[in-house]
Design a protein around this ligand. Sequence first.
Ligand code: NG1
Ligand code: MG
Length: 518
Amino acid sequence: MEVPTKSALADIYPEDAVESQSKRWRTLLKTFQDTYGKAPDFVSRSPGRVNIIGEHIDYSLYEVIPMAVTADVLLAVSIHEKSSGPSTVRLTNVHPQKFESREFTIADTGDVHIDSSTLEWTNYFKSGLVGATGLLRKKHSNFKASVGMDILADGTVPSGGGLSSSAAFVCASALAVMKANGAEKVDKKELTEVAIVSERAVGVNSGGMDQSASVFPLQGSALYVSFVPQLSAKNIPFPELKSPLTFVIAQSFVAADKHVTAPVCYNLRVVEVTLAALVLSKIFGIKNLPSDAGPLGISLRGFHDTYMQEKHGIANNHSTSKAEFQQQLQDLVEKVDQYLPQEEGYTRQQISEIAGIPVEELEAKYMKKFPIRAEKFKLRQRALHVFGEAIRVLRFMDLLSAPPPQTDRENTELLKALGELLNDTQDSCRDIYENSCPELDELCELARSAGSYGSRLTGAGWGGCSVHLVPEDKVEMVRQKWIHEYYRKKFPDMTDEKLREAIVVSKPGSGSCLFDGI
Ligand code: NG1
Ligand code: MG
């Protein structure tokens, strides 16, 4: 295939990135030729994302608003002839020192071995492969195993940096496998669902936000992602403002390695909100808490909707107004405050007594799939964050969808109101959900002192990235503040290149796509 034309690249990258992307694509295709002695058949692409608002509530099945960023994963692929017997996948990376070349076989049965106990870059490809294989089998009863492939990967989403390199990689991989095996048209919803389930195969109990944000977005839009009654995503164009919305992303350079910290951080939060759903259902005498798409089979959203149905005869659905839904959430906040009073958390024994389920059964159902380590479970705080954050997402949507401001004053007021919601999220993450860290708190404080309207961590937290709503004319002040007060002080040896990577002014980018040069 040929390097895509600049106008084709302009469809997926912002104007000012087209030149450098064109160079990058040329290098990718040339390196492929040098490595494998042939040209790739196609390139599959999927971007990273930044979450604007709605943190740690996707796995409780509440709506979130992320956007795609320019940074992405590209997989250049050449397909092997279909043959009998096992097929081979060769994977190389444009950064071979960091990501060593690998080769593995796909058995005739289609099975692939994934060792999720090690942090291995090709696992993300394998998990996308397994997911896509499952989807292809569902569609074609005679489909068994994927063809072999030669692949060269180039990822610009920093790993462990909170911009979801993992989802970008899994989505690009699943898309590549679909294409290599002859899928004519890949349905975005199917691709996203496959990627969500696949990523769980590499050991993290993830929600579905990252994969949705990697697949669905259109350039210039944020994405409103819903998980109930089923996964759906709506592109929300940013309002045309005199003083436009500018999001600045800043790395903390505190590595947030989920595979190491999951048992006491991410996966523990998933268990805590699931147990909160269970306990609240018992407290309110819910009869039929349905199993749902939450990673552990029940969710706070499931509790919420069932509670409204059983106690108030209200069926929440698409005709429920946002205002009504907000009011329900507000009531739930008050209920949690009253009925889950223990600030210090709840022991397994206490949860077992309230839920009427033996401790062993609780452990088997909710703590085995992904191991966790905890004596106490902070049900009160976690539920308060989830309901509160779900309210903030609705308010944010209301502000984005209102008629655009007419005067400078209204413009500033809108930015301030949006920023305040981001600041409230940060407070809630820091104090109630406890997924911030001192470095992220500091980046937010510094940005606000230099003119940011709203600053908060983005993604899982405990390190990684932060996102800031900054008026265009203050971006430079904020940048200087961080450089002098944070980066230079904390990392005196940091190279200029690394520093450039640390702070990114991001425009909303576009989702997954395939280039086959036709
Ligand atoms: P990160 O760690 O930033 O990729 C994680 C989850 C999301 C979501 C956020 C918190 C994975 C793959 N992603 O994002 O689904 O729950 O944390 O809002 O685990
Ligand atoms: Mg991730």
